[in-house]
Design a binder for this molecule. Structure first.
Ligand SMILES: [Zn+2]
Length: 321
């Protein structure tokens, strides 16, 4: 434990599968981590209990040093009402829909609690401690199971009127492709640029590539497809080319609308950067206004899995000061 840290925030990232937590100080240093399976089922109090247990685990380990704990800050994959501290809709954690999560955590832990969308928090984390340090106007795109987005304008997270802004993954990039999205629309960026999409597109295209090593793969994943691409597999290269083109179309639209300083790309799929980034950059060059395209830096995220936790902590610190 670093001495003198008084402004400690317990941050929790509630994923559909894992609940990851960390104790973060006001300088962005992480002093404690925990990871457990997210409780499944219909009882939101099981999720509250899991976060509370993680805090107790931390207190047990740090003893008196844990007294500096000032707040709990939780991020969820879904729409949240930040002001009320309620989850509006979290498709992967449906038991939380409508649940007053911050009130439940405060009543259990006796400290203020904060709530944010995970992709918004990731953008804040990357600007605080990651690739976008020193920037004021950024877009953060998280390419994971789905595609998340966070937009920070002039240093302020842009949440929109209802807290549902920056759904970058649900920008339409192909009205004629007809690929259905979980949001109810069709042709969204998410159905072309997520890990799920990379696997689906590989399956769909595989009959056209009889020599691909991926035919032998029993469990296709975005990682295994990327690995094949690095070995020169033509099917994998074609899929990452397509993914990169769609992403570039989306980014060019965002660049023309928002004129950002930086676009940070994170999430597991960013591991495929060497295969898709050049196609993304080419689309940006072709489609965005030259002045804006020349200005924007498009970079890989630097905080990895910690972006959401760091952003959650930063937002809690900002709220308390
Ligand atoms: Zn969609």
């Amino acid at each position: 434990m670093t001495s003198g840290s008084k402004n400690l925030i317990f941050a929790a990232d509630l994923g559909g599968t894992h609940l990851r937590a960390a104790m973060v100080d006001e300088r962005g240093q992480i002093h404690f981590r925990s990871k457990q399976n997210t409780p499944q089922g219909s009882d939101p109090n099981a999720i509250v209990a899991a976060v509370v247990n993680a805090v107790h685990e931390y207190k047990k380990e740090f003893g008196a040093a844990a007294d500096g704990l000032k707040a709990v800050s939780v991020v969820v994959p879904g729409t949240v009402n930040v002001g009320e501290g309620t989850v509006v809709k979290a498709p992967n954690l449906p038991c939380l829909d409508g649940f007053p999560l911050t009130a439940a955590l405060t009543s259990e832990l006796g400290v203020p609690a904060f709530l944010e969308n995970d992709a918004n928090a990731a953008a804040v984390g990357e600007m605080w401690q990651g690739a976008a340090r020193g920037c004021r106007t950024i877009i953060c795109v998280t390419l994971g199971t789905g595609v998340g987005g966070g937009i920070i304008l002039n240093g302020e997270l842009w949440r929109g009127v209802d807290g549902a802004a920056a759904e970058i993954g649900h920008m339409c990039v192909d009205p004629f492709g007809g690929v259905a999205c979980t949001c109810g629309s069709r042709g969204c960026l998410e159905v072309f640029a997520s890990a799920t999409a990379i696997v689906r597109m590989t399956r769909e295209a595989s009959p056209r590539y009889p020599d691909s090593v991926l035919h032998a793969s029993k469990t296709l994943t975005a990682e295994s497809i990327f690995a094949a691409g690095l070995e020169g597999d033509e099917l994998a290269l074609e899929i990452f080319r397509r993914m990169g083109v769609y992403l570039g179309i989306g980014l060019a639209n965002l660049i023309n609308i928002l004129n950002p300083e930086m676009i940070v790309i994170g999430g597991g799929v960013v591991n495929g950067w060497d295969l898709f980034a050049k196609h993304t950059m080419q689309q940006v060059e072709e489609r965005a206004f030259p002045l804006l395209a020349a200005r924007v830096k498009i970079e890989r995220a630097k905080c990895g899995d910690d972006a959401g936790l760091l952003g959650a902590a930063r937002l809690a610190i900002a709220n308390r000061s």
